[in-house]
Structures are given as C-alpha cells and as structure tokens.
Design a protein around this ligand. Sequence first.
Ligand code: IPE
Ligand code: MG
Length: 228
Amino acid sequence: MDGNGRWAQRRSLPRTAGHRAAETTVIDIIEAARAAGVEWLSLYAFSTENWNRPGPEVDYLMRLVRRVVRKHAPLLLARGIRCRFLGVTDPRIPRELARDFDDLATLTADNQGMTLTVAFDHGGRRDIVEAARSLIRSGTPADEVTERLFADHLPFPDTPDVDLVIRTSGEQRISNFMLWQVAYAEWVFPEVLWPDFRAPDFLACLHTYRCRDRRFGGVPPRTNGDSS
Ligand code: IPE
Ligand code: MG
C-alpha cells in the first residue's frame, strides 16, 4: 500500500493526511477482494524498515491502525473474514495495539471467508531468519531440511504461496515483503497512489493477472520445448 505520502504532498498536506485517506481504500479493497472471490488477501501496512520514519509519523500510524482495527472489527466479523497479523514482534508497538490485534484475530478466528493477513512490523528476511532458528532449535538434521519443512517454520505456514503482488504508486520494489512466499508471484505496479486506489483498479489488476502466462519455469502447455 504505497503512495500515501506523495498523495498528501500533492495536496500540500502533511504526510499523515495521506495515511488517514488510506483507510477508505483499505476497506474498499477488502470488500472488492472478498466480492471477487479472493480467498487470501494480505496487506502490507508497516515494515520493519518503517521504524526509521520520524517518530511523530510512526506514532500517528500506530494510533491510526488502532482506530481502524477497532472501528471495522464488526464489519470484518460480519463479512466472515478471518483476520491475522504477520510480524508484530517489536516492543515499540503500543501494548494496546498489540492487544487489539490479538482480539480481532481471536474474534474472527472461526470465520470461513477470506483470510486477511495484515503485515505489520513485517520483514521477509526476519521471518526467514526466525524460521532458520526454529528449525535449528527443533534439532532437525541438516540433510533432512527440505523447502517444505523450512516453510513449515515460517509464521502462518498454512498461507499459500503468493499469486499476485500489487504495489501501488509506480514503485517497483519488493521492500522485504514475504520474501519466501513471493518466489513465483506475478507482480503489477499500478501508477495510482494508494489513497486513490479503488475497487475498479483492483479488478483491473486481477484481470492483468488472469492474462499472465504462469509457467513456473516450465514451457507453455501443448509444447514440449521444440517447435515440431
Ligand atoms: C505507504 O505510503 C504507507 C506506509 C508505508 C505506512 P508511504 O508513506 O510510503 O507513501 P510515499 O511512498 O511516501 O508516497
Ligand atoms: Mg512509500
């Protein structure tokens, strides 16, 4: 979800105004994804690197996210959305916010609809390092480590590989997002800034995805590698 700061800047507003405007987009995209039949939606809300932002902006984001989580909990429950939070380990996260995350995850744990993963204080590299530590602690002999076993030590190992990553605002970077899970993801980079991103933009990204030819390193169907 990129481009909040630039959205505000273009309006001569403080960056925080861009974050506030992002709330509408978040809800719109959650609804659009659910209506489109998406079963797993992940939103990258705050990275391990975002701690490097100025203190007041970080504080604002913490307060905003808390307000959004509390305000929309009934809607998420009513829509059958299972919510969970990826990351959330840094002690700088306000205790009340961490508790609200836990409460929302517990409240929606039995929902059978879309799974919404909010990556907050998330870093793909950290997850990989933590998985390695967990594997070593489990005493698994090195020769028995497989990709599947390794993935079982990542947080939320039931999360399927990512099919599509949408990064708004035209930036073309991974920025440490779910590094293991995006190995074969398709990527789209719409120019629109996150606060302006709406359901039709999201559906356009899904359409782009459907038109992609995913080969996973293989060859197109109905060919065997030669032209005969
Ligand atoms: C994304 O918007 C929101 C967060 C990372 C919290 P930015 O704040 O990165 O917006 P730009 O990139 O400065 O425009
Ligand atoms: Mg940015």
